[in-house]
Design a protein around this ligand. Structure first.
Ligand code: PNW
Length: 450
């Protein structure tokens, strides 16, 4: 079976600063909320930290060479705000800018297009001390930071994303407490979400003043399917989707939150100043979609927030993060975005899976057939959406390297390249070879996995 993707379709991979860089104090970097989180006893699986991670900070040239070897056309990475502004605002640290400048040059020298995420969860610690995303001034802090990096890099970088996954930030960081800053307070969730969206809007505004290319928002989308045709299960799926999938895109593109949220949050739902939506709703050049899995949802009154429980699929494959492998959900997601928000260019900014990788076999090969199978199915799912007319511009696999899977530490390997966290040696897995072949053949997907 040979499938072709549109001309100009961008094939690449994605990472995030805190998950790979290490070097938390190098060249004048200030601390972020993740430096604090990992050094707070009891929060991290196996006591893991990002102090070294993949040591990408010192090995980025090797990593770019690896990308080149795999044929990557684009690389989505995030900037560490506190490398560039150690105090979050004010004084710019030339050492921080220099690192990213060198990385961008290295990518361009290898013909790889940089795609920058401004915020992938590592807020400068000093700003957290001023309330972090709960402070309405955070939109100004973010826009000021954004302007600095736009001015520094927009000549060389053509694609920018403001914030990675506002839902995960607010839900995991402020409700469940599994991500920094580790709060558990329902009342904070809509306030943080709102300030994240105000920050997004303020950064897009700044971009229109100083930038010349494309900027968008990255959201995670997990389609919700009702377990039965019953009214109760359909309503549960609907609530879950309003909360997780529609909340941020509705605000950014339609200028209001889904009406279901008022009922979901109850007394924790704040009155929003209508003028805020003029800031939040900015024309965007693209939407970045991160897709991993779906949820099959039934009404469950024990679930206090959404009255929605998740039904495990007995016939399905689950990855190491307990996420069902369900590629049709990616096609459905891309079609849902077009249906709800109209024709706007989309990138798949993350897609991938953690699987247990068997140790290296003879010849140094790492056989990860489940990951290869995951990639193949999801590339087919992307192609199916393209066939349906959805405007999809590129696909970034999560992730280039095994890395720090946030509070789960190094226990979950998402890389298509294996990292030995003792020696820091990189070894492309079979899935990397598979992906490299898919790229080399312009997306013609080989029927047989390697
Ligand atoms: C994304 N969910 O996080 C992040 O952007 C990455 O940094 C992370 O490593 C990757 O996915 C794998 O986890 C998510 O619960 C975390 O729906 C949670 C969800 C989705 C994405």
């Amino acid at each position: 079976m040979a499938l072709r993707f549109p001309d100009g379709f961008l094939w690449g991979c994605a990472t995030a600063a805190y998950q790979i860089e290490g070097a938390p104090e190098a060249d004048g970097k200030g601390p972020s909320i993740w430096d604090r989180f990992v050094h707070t006893p009891g929060l991290m699986q196996d006591g893991a930290t990002g102090d070294v991670a993949c040591d990408h900070y010192h090995r980025f040239r090797e990593d770019v060479a690896l990308m080149k070897q795999l044929g990557m056309q684009a690389y989505r990475f995030s900037l560490s705000w506190s490398r560039i502004l150690p105090e979050g605002a004010g004084r710019v640290n030339p050492g921080g800018l220099a690192f990213y400048s060198d990385l961008i040059d290295e990518l361009l020298a290898h013909g790889i297009e940089p795609i920058i995420t401004l915020y992938h969860w590592d807020l400068p610690a000093v700003l957290e001390d001023q309330g972090g995303w709960l402070n309405r001034a955070s939109s100004q802090w973010f826009a000021d930071y954004a302007r600095i990096v736009f001015e520094a890099f927009d000549g060389r970088v053509k694609t920018w994303a403001t914030i990675n996954e506002p839902w995960v930030i607010s839900h995991e960081g402020y409700l469940r407490g599994t991500l920094a800053p580790g709060h558990r307070n329902l009342f904070e969730v809509p306030l943080v979400s709102h300030n994240l969206m105000r920050a997004h809007g303020a950064a897009v505004q700044a971009y229109r003043e100083v930038g010349h290319h494309a900027i968008g928002l990255v959201v995670n989308i997990e389609p919700k399917y009702p377990a039965t045709p019953s009214e109760a299960d359909a309503a549960a799926a609907h609530r879950a989707s309003a909360y997780m999938n529609a909340q941020y895109l509705d605000a950014a593109l339609l200028g209001h939150y889904p009406p279901e949220l008022r009922e979901i949050f109850g007394e924790a739902w704040p009155e929003h100043d209508p003028a805020d939506f003029d800031l939040i709703r900015q024309p965007l050049d693209f939407i970045g979609v991160n897709y991993y899995t779906r949820a099959v949802t039934r009404r469950d009154d024990h679930d206090w927030l959404l009255q929605a429980g998740v039904v495990r699929q007995t016939q399905a494959t689950y990855s190491e993060t307990h996420w069902e492998v369900f590629a049709q959900g990616l096609t459905d997601t891309l079609e849902w975005v077009r249906e709800r928000y109209g024709d706007i260019p989309l990138y798949i900014t993350e897609n991938g899976a953690a699987f247990f990788d068997p140790p290296k076999a003879e010849g140094g090969r790492i056989r990860d057939p489940l990951r290869t199978d995951y990639l193949q199915k999801h590339l087919l799912a992307v192609h199916a959406a393209i066939t349906q007319g959805v405007d999809i511009r590129g696909y970034m696999v999560w992730s280039l390297l095994d890395n720090l899977e946030w509070s789960q530490g190094y226990s979950k390997r998402f890389g298509i390249v294996h990292v030995n966290f003792e020696t820091l040696e990189r070894t492309p897995k079979d899935s990397a070879r598979y992906y490299a072949q898919a790229i080399a053949r312009h997306g013609a997907i080989l029927a047989e996995p390697l």
